[in-house]
Design a protein around this ligand. Structure first.
Ligand SMILES: [Zn+2]
Ligand SMILES: [Zn+2]
Length: 297
């Protein structure tokens, strides 16, 4: 059995969101205010609709990413660190060909693409069929902080893609437009350094998890056992935790609850993948990337 652990490479944990708007599109606040709203973040992406907002002016956030949200009437897609050449003859209309071209251009120049808010059925969403037609995107926004519980989570589509054999990572972003939407959901990235290059390297290899307030200190594999070290300190150790290990088709493989610091699941070999969700009492959560499990002869 082989278990592919994206968290094997240790580094420093960095916090950030890639999908946020300014008044350069339909956000309420100019860039300088958005920088202040994200004080304390290690990195931040600005992704206005159909335009690349230039980073400028004073900011305390160490690392910033240029991004764009390709925004057809049907589907939205986030491109992080896209080449500026995508703006030549730019059109946001949704066809697989047009969107695939953006994914390819961005990926080929060292950035990455994420299909965002796939379950926002009241406006812009993705059908599973179209998600399966697209290739080379790095991930899916499984948690969007917009504030609609029925529409902002997409673990069902993520499990469907993973179960269909697609290797896509889960992202958490605020998609912030107004006050109150900031710092709801983010990515904790385990990178070698706080630079654009190191963060993208870590993201591409899946060395990050989605957080809404709780977290993992480490995710390890020993033999056939996946071990999650839950974020631990004297205060957190007194709190109750709910941990679930999910496999192919969203099947619940194992659950563990209590005032625990660690949870573990031993793989049988037929899981396809194992991903871990943990909730701290009060609702703060963290969601790991999948660890792919293959049965080797
Ligand atoms: Zn959108
Ligand atoms: Zn957006």
């Amino acid at each position: 059995m082989k278990i592919n652990n994206p968290y094997e490479q240790t580094g420093i944990w960095l916090k950030g969101s890639f999908h946020n708007h300014t008044s350069n599109s339909d956000g309420w606040f100019p860039l300088e205010t958005v920088y202040k709203m994200y004080g304390g973040y290690d990195f931040l992406g600005i992704s206005d609709h159909d335009k690349i907002t230039k980073h400028e002016g004073e900011r305390e956030i160490p690392t910033v990413f240029e991004a764009i949200e390709v925004s057809s009437r049907q589907t939205h897609m986030l491109l992080v660190q896209p080449p500026h050449s995508i703006m030549e003859n730019y059109g946001s209309e949704f066809t697989i060909e047009n969107y695939q071209r953006f994914v390819d251009m961005t990926t080929d120049s060292g950035g990455f693409a994420v299909l965002v808010h796939p379950n926002r059925f009241f406006s812009n969403y993705w059908t599973l069929e179209d998600m399966l037609k697209m290739e080379r995107y790095l991930g899916v926004e499984v948690y969007n902080g917009d504030g609609n519980p029925e529409y902002d989570i997409a673990f069902d589509k993520w499990d469907a893609l993973l179960s269909a054999g697609r290797k896509v990572w889960g992202f958490g972003n605020d998609d912030s437009h107004v006050y109150g939407q900031e710092k709801q959901a983010w990515n904790m990235v385990q990178a070698a350094a706080n630079t654009n290059e190191a963060i993208i390297d870590a993201i591409c290899s899946g060395n990050f998890y989605v957080s809404t307030g709780y977290g993992f200190d480490a995710i390890k594999v020993e033999g056939n056992t996946v071990i999650a070290d839950l974020r631990s300190n004297d205060l957190l150790d007194k709190m109750y935790k709910y941990v679930t290990f999910f496999g192919k088709d969203g099947r619940v493989l194992h659950e563990s609850t209590g005032r625990i610091k660690q949870a573990a699941y031993t793989c049988k070999g037929d899981e396809g993948y194992v991903r871990i969700a943990v909730y701290l009492e009060g609702g703060y959560s963290a969601f790991s990337q999948p660890l792919f499990v293959t049965e080797e002869a």
